[in-house]
Unconditional design. Sequence first.
Length: 400
Amino acid sequence: MTEMLQKFDVIVIGAGAAGLMCAAQAAARGRSVLVLDHANKAGKKILMSGGGRCNFTNYFVAPDKYLSHNPHFCKSALKRYTQWDFIALVERYGVAYHEKKDGQLFCDNKASDILNLLLSECEQQGVQIRLDTPVSAVAQCTQQGCRYQLRGGGVWLGCESLVVASGGPSIPTLGATGFGYELAQQFGLNVYAPRAGLVPFTLTDHNKQLSESLSGSALNVDVACAGQSFRDDMLFTHRGLSGPAMLQISSYWQAGQSLNINLLPDHEVAGLLRQQQHERPKLSLKNWLAELTTQKFAEKWLASSAWQQSTLAQLSGADMDVIAQSLHEWQVKPAGTEGYRTAEVALGGVDTDELSSKTMEVQRFPGLFFIGEVVDVTGHLGGFNFQWAWSSAVAAAEFV
């Protein structure tokens, strides 16, 4: 290659949460930083997150809120840059926020408050951001003061440190791709095959008919699968099951497995039915169930049962035990998930054994870093994935 390289100390691929955070922090150390992104706008996933209000972190960040083949890997970065550090940054910018539940923090106004904060940090530190600039080639560089060279926007660029913050393939309509995985594999790194996480389930059996008929209805449930359980809201959809409980368990579910769903986790149904039979024998089972759920749910749940017209007085002890079991142990075998189209994250990614947990640098390739979602670290719902973006970005920024 004879073309002159445009050289920077640091080049970051990806203008999302992790990429912008890392760029600003690195530039604050006096490094010349360039951010590249193939999209026409920075931070698209930030803007749509949290229903447009960005669940930017959580009060209760801890390593056990993260999935990884190495559950210890995330500890160093999370300890180095905590949720309290990011909250302090948010407060310094005067961004109003609130706690929804379980420590989840959202903007009072819009997700753009968080994006603008990051862009402002980058601008103050002199970070260059080039959008509509796909990267078509990456290679090691032999020139002095240059470890990596890449082709971006029709020009050759060089850098001492290359940070890959390109995210995962979730929500491809926003421009998400598997670029980071492909680049890692180009350098011979092990990559755990990605799959959709925090994603709704689809159904194809008789349960789909039930879900369709209840589309838009929600219940607070306890769902269990693969040794994990979550207590949260479940939403019936025209295609299957969604809501926070389903999204969280989806990260543990594997094809072919069943979900065990307790539809009434706050009640001991068999005992309650016996008590109510004694106190209110003329009450219909349908109306009793509606009191605990909704009228619509009660009607649809009992529609094809032998008890749809029964009063409590007409139920035998065996009937009540069967009804209780059906509500406490609803077995659902999903056909699959909605996939990357609606997944909030991608599970899998660059094997953490390839990286330093302290610096996010590739062990075998000095100056090459992977941060954020492209790494095999995935959080639960509620701001944990954003905190991983902030923490892994700052960890890398100190060493680029």
